[in-house]
Design a protein around this ligand. Structure first.
Ligand code: AMP
Ligand code: MG
Length: 411
């Protein structure tokens, strides 16, 4: 029977889970493996980028004042006294009144010069350059340290590394970087009725789907999944597999959390001294959902139907994995969208599978069809979840609704 004390709202469930998370320790890895991993250290620069003042364009290093009143019909002529390539040396090279040095993008600015005129505004003739326009001081001129200065706090502990972040680490000469370890995650499918991929089935058996959606999600969020197989609905088999699963940082099972005769998850938790934190979440789909902890381990008993398994993962397990990995950003963005069809709801907090489009900078959303918890197709077609709050029975086409962008990175 449903016990009121162990029913929580989705927000409360998330709070309870996040309170139970102790982030993992750090490890050094190559920056080539670091994409999407979470920084365990602050990155403070000890160098300047660029290291010296340099040119932003291919052109001529000059003194801007020398180009006063220059125009297409009245070009200024300067004598070319040398050339500097990117990575080249400026030793012995000095620009003075009436002279210019040919310079390439990224090359150091020679002494005396205060700007660069790009090739397109010039014409070379004999050993001189004709300049067709007035140049402003510091035009096409990059100052040392303007990208990154010494002691700049460039990246922070808890940042999930983007490709640009990895590039910044490379520019700061990091070969390796310290990131949070990846949580190990055991995945279990419970149910006598389940047949795994490749197994011959009678028509009434149900193909194991959840292990594979969960495996895919765990990988997507950088956990290390270990699929332990299908377990029969007997106390003995379940106890054996759950004891093994508890070697991991996180255990995720699906099925067996409802009130049916063979729903044994809660009994197993209590046998294994897993402290149950909640048993029901006030959300549809995903109402039966058990969360327990033992030492630092997080144990999730997700519903058996494929859609609530996945939506419960997105709402509750995903943020836990990200926090275990120290990530600061764990929220999927929520935006408002114009609803394109009526939705009837049953006064429960309802997450409806939807597909949003953007027209003229406005979000529009429609449902992806059959919303039964067993219909994974409408989840596969979804790129968002339409949030219908509790106590609402109907939302009409044209009204604004909140949608959660489940395919978007965390913010
Ligand atoms: P349960 O909560 O164990 O009664 O499961 C609810 C429904 O989800 C039943 O119809 C199960 O057959 C189905 N189900 C449970 N586990 C899986 C799974 N791993 N893959 C696909 N369907 C499942
Ligand atoms: Mg079952």
């Amino acid at each position: 029977m449903r016990n009121k004390d162990v029913t929580v709202s989705l927000e409360e469930a998330l709070e309870i889970i996040l309170d139970s998370v102790s982030p993992l320790s750090g490890e050094d890895i190559s920056i080539m493996e670091a994409s999407n991993r979470v920084l365990y250290e602050d990155i403070v620069s000890d160098i300047m980028i660029p290291p010296v003042d340099d040119s932003a364009m291919d052109g001529y290093a000059i003194i801007a004042d020398n180009t006063n009143r220059a125009s297409k019909n009245n070009p200024i002529k300067l004598k070319i006294i040398g050339e500097i390539q990117a990575g080249g040396s400026i030793i012995g090279k000095q620009v003075s009144k009436g002279t210019a040095i040919r310079i390439m993008t990224g090359a150091p600015i020679p002494e005396g010069a205060d700007s660069v005129v790009r090739f397109e505004d010039t014409e070379e003739e004999a050993r001189c350059v004709k300049i067709f326009r007035e140049v402003v001081k510091h035009e096409n001129y990059r100052t040392a340290g303007e990208n990154i200065n010494k002691r700049d706090h460039v990246l922070c502990k808890g940042d999930r590394l983007s490709s640009a972040d990895v590039g910044i680490l490379a520019s700061l000469n990091y070969n390796t970087v310290k990131v949070y370890k990846q949580p190990t995650v055991s995945i279990i499918s419970t149910g006598d009725e389940l047949a795994d991929i490749g197994e011959k089935t009678q028509t009434s058996r149900i193909r194991n789907v959840n292990a594979y959606t969960l495996y895919s999600e765990v990988r997507k969020y950088n956990g290390l999944p270990d699929y332990l197989g299908i377990v029969k609905d007997t106390l003995k088999d379940m106890k054996e597999i759950f004891s093994k699963a508890l070697m991991s940082n996180v255990v995720i099972s699906s099925g067996g959390v409802s009130t049916g005769k063979y729903d044994l998850i809660k009994e197993i938790y209590s046998d294994l001294n897993i402290e149950i934190q909640f048993e029901w979440v006030n959300v549809k789909p995903g109402r039966p959902c058990v969360f327990g902890k033992k030492d630092n381990k997080l144990i999730f008993g997700l519903p058996g139907n494929p859609v609530p398994t996945l939506t419960s993962f997105i709402q509750l397990v995903r943020p836990a994995l990200l926090r275990l990995m120290g990530a600061k950003k764990i929220k999927k963005p929520i935006v408002n969208a114009f609803l394109e069809e009526d939705i009837n709801s049953a006064k429960v907090h309802h997450l409806v599978r939807g597909f949003f489009t953007i027209k003229n900078n406005e979000f529009y959303v429609s449902t992806t069809g059959n919303q039964k918890p067993s219909v994974l197709r409408s989840m596969s077609a979804a790129n968002c979840l339409i949030i219908i709050p509790e106590n609402i029975t109907k939302v009409k086409a044209g009204e604004k609704v909140a949608i959660q962008l489940i395919d978007h990175d965390e913010i």
